[in-house]
Design a binder for this molecule. Structure first.
Ligand code: RB5
Length: 146
């Protein structure tokens, strides 16, 4: 699977560790930064990460900041992106099954790394259920024509 990933300074460490872990599972990673813990602005990293998903260059995106909130708001500005902040694996499962989320947002300051891994694993292994959920997603997209 191709996965784009981006983080601000608060998410940098988890991004680095997630990349190492995902590579051991043969996933291809597109790393959009940031590349240190120096203070940066999360939109500069979350937006291109999400754009890669919308462009079909990546299957899924992962965006990380301190809370997951800033990066999710940013990612959802990209047409065709459905970003969900998930703080446990069950939410990640529903984000995929019901919302067909294609970008996962994580708050590094609120979850430990083992939990972050289980959220990512559940997200990428869960399948969209379609049916009534598809109708709802189409309604979201029809709101803005995207
Ligand atoms: C950075 O201090 C912090 O504001 C950012 O990582 C994020 O939590 C914003 O939503």
């Amino acid at each position: 699977m191709k996965i784009s990933i981006g983080a601000d300074h608060a998410g940098f460490e988890y991004k680095k560790l997630l990349i190492e872990w995902l590579k051991t599972q043969e996933h291809q990673i597109l790393d959009f930064g940031a590349f240190s813990t120096d203070s940066v602005d999360y939109p500069d990293y979350a937006y291109p990460t999400a754009e890669a998903v919308a462009a079909g260059i990546a299957d899924y995106g992962i965006v990380i900041c301190g809370t997951g909130i800033g990066v999710s708001i940013t990612a959802n500005k990209v047409a065709g992106v459905r970003a969900a902040v998930c703080c446990n694996a069950e939410l990640a499962k529903f984000a995929r099954e019901h919302n067909n989320a294609n970008v996962l947002a994580l708050g590094a300051r609120f979850i430990d790394f083992e939990l972050a891994k289980s959220i990512v694993k559940t997200f990428i292994e869960s399948e969209f259920q379609g049916g009534r959920h598809m109708i709802r997603i189409e309604k979201i997209h029809n709101l803005t024509g995207i």
